[in-house]
Design a protein. Structure first.
Lengths: 190, 192
C-alpha cells in the first residue's frame, strides 16, 4: 500500500483547531490570499473565534467534511490547509479546496503536490467518482496548476464576483475518477 | 415594466405567501411520496416524509432564514382557493457580489403544465432583480429535468456550467447544470 498522507514536498496532517485558528488569524491579513480562497469579504476573525468555528464545522458534518492541515516535509511547518467536502454522497462528488497562507510557498510546486495528495485521497481512499473545484478568473496561476493536475474546464458562472469595481467569472473545473486514473497511470502502478 | 404599485407577490393565477404550519405540512408530505417530484427538486436521495417531518423542516428553514440572512422562502398558492401548490426560494445570496440562486417546484402532478411554474419563476426573478437588486441569478438543474431546462431557456437563462456525471440515478450518471441570468438580460426580456 502507498503512503497516502505524504507527498514530495508536503504532508497532510490533522487539522488542529487551535493551531489552525492562530495561523488563519495571521494569514487573513494577506488580502490577496483571502480573495483567492473564497468569494466572501476579506476581513478579520480572532483566533479564539476561528478555533471555535473550525471545531463546529468539523463536528457538524463528520461524514462530509475532510479537512487537513498541510506541513512541509523539510521542517514540519504548517503552511496551509486543504479539504474535501462531499456535498453529495450518492453522486460521489466532492468539492476540493486548498490554500497556502505562507506566501513564500506560492508558485513552487507545493500546490501541485498537495492537490495530488487530495485527489489520491478522494479517489483511492473515499472512493469518489468525481471532484469539483471553483476558482476565480483573477487567479490564472491556480487555473494553470489545476489543468496540470488533470482537471477539465466545465464552465463559468458569468460575472459572479464584484471586486475592485469589476465583475469577474467564477470557473468550475472537474476531474472524473477514470480521468485521474489515466492521468496517474505511471504513479499508481508503483 | 413594473412599478411600485404592481404587486410583487401576485401573479395571474398564483400568489406567494408565508408558511401555514396548520395546513401545509399535510400537503407537502403528499408531494414527498411522489418520487418524480423529489428527484426534480432535490439532489439528495428522495425519501417520503410525514407531516411531522415536514413541519420540522419548515422550522429549520425559518431558523436558517433568520440566522443566515441570505435566503427567502415563499409558499406558492392558487389565487382561487389559497391552496398550497408549490414552493419557491431565493438562497445563497451573496450581498456584496450581488448574486444568488433560485429554486422552485410545483408539488402535485395535477398542477403541472398549467403555467404555475412559469408564473412562479417570473415572480422570483422580479423579486431577485427589482427588490433584492441582484446582479445575477443562478439556477442548478439536473440534466434529466427537461421541462425546467426549457423554461429557464425561455426566460433567457444561459447554460454556464456542466458538471459531468455529478448525479447517479437509475443506474446511470447524469450531468448537473448551472444556468445564469444577468440583470441586463432580464430587463431586456421584461420590457419585450
Amino acid at each position: 500500500m502507498k503512503e497516502i498522507f505524504r507527498g514530495d514536498l508536503v504532508r497532510l496532517c490533522a487539522m488542529d483547531s487551535d493551531e489552525t485558528g492562530k495561523a488563519f488569524s495571521r494569514w487573513d491579513r494577506d488580502s490577496e490570499f483571502r480573495r483567492f480562497l473564497d468569494s466572501g469579504v476579506a476581513h478579520f476573525v480572532s483566533s479564539k473565534k476561528l478555533k471555535k468555528k473550525i471545531e463546529e464545522e468539523i463536528a457538524e458534518q463528520p461524514l462530509r467534511q475532510y479537512p487537513f492541515g498541510v506541513r512541509t516535509l523539510k521542517d514540519d511547518a504548517l503552511i496551509g490547509v486543504g479539504d474535501l467536502y462531499v456535498y453529495n454522497w450518492t453522486g460521489r462528488d466532492a468539492f476540493v479546496g486548498l490554500g497556502f497562507g505562507e506566501r513564500e510557498f506560492w508558485g513552487k510546486g507545493y500546490g501541485t503536490d498537495l492537490m495530488s495528495l487530495l485527489l489520491r485521497y478522494a479517489f483511492a481512499e473515499i472512493n469518489l467518482n468525481r471532484v469539483t473545484l471553483n476558482v476565480f478568473e483573477y487567479n490564472p496561476r491556480a487555473v494553470r496548476s489545476y489543468e496540470k493536475a488533470g482537471f477539465r474546464h466545465e464552465g463559468r458562472m458569468r460575472q459572479f464576483l464584484n471586486k475592485e469595481g469589476k465583475r469577474w467569472d467564477m470557473l468550475f473545473m472537474g476531474i472524473l475518477r477514470k480521468e485521474w486514473m489515466a492521468h496517474n497511470e505511471h504513479r499508481i502502478k508503483n | 415594466m413594473f412599478d411600485i404599485q404592481t404587486q410583487l407577490f401576485e401573479g395571474k393565477d398564483i400568489r406567494f405567501g408565508p408558511i401555514d404550519y396548520e395546513k401545509d405540512p399535510e400537503v407537502e408530505s403528499k408531494w414527498t411520496h411522489d418520487s418524480d417530484f423529489m428527484r426534480m427538486y432535490e439532489s439528495d436521495p428522495a425519501r417520503p416524509m410525514s407531516a411531522a417531518m415536514v413541519k420540522k423542516e419548515y422550522e429549520k428553514l425559518e431558523k436558517e432564514i433568520e440566522e443566515e440572512k441570505n435566503m427567502y422562502f415563499f409558499a406558492v398558492r392558487a389565487k382561487a382557493d389559497e391552496r398550497l401548490i408549490g414552493k419557491a426560494m431565493i438562497h445563497r445570496v451573496e450581498w456584496v457580489n450581488g448574486n444568488c440562486s433560485l429554486r422552485f417546484g410545483i408539488g402535485s402532478p395535477d398542477d403541472r403544465r398549467k403555467g404555475y411554474g412559469s408564473q412562479t419563476l417570473q415572480m422570483l426573478l422580479r423579486f431577485a432583480f427589482a427588490e433584492l437588486n441582484m446582479f445575477r441569478v443562478s439556477a442548478h438543474v439536473s440534466e434529466y429535468n427537461e421541462a425546467t431546462i426549457i423554461m429557464l431557456q425561455k426566460f433567457g437563462f444561459v447554460e454556464e456550467v456542466r458538471r459531468r456525471q455529478a448525479l447517479d440515478r437509475d443506474g446511470r450518471r447524469w450531468d448537473l447544470l448551472i444556468f445564469g441570468l444577468l440583470k441586463d438580460e432580464w430587463q431586456v426580456r421584461a420590457k419585450a
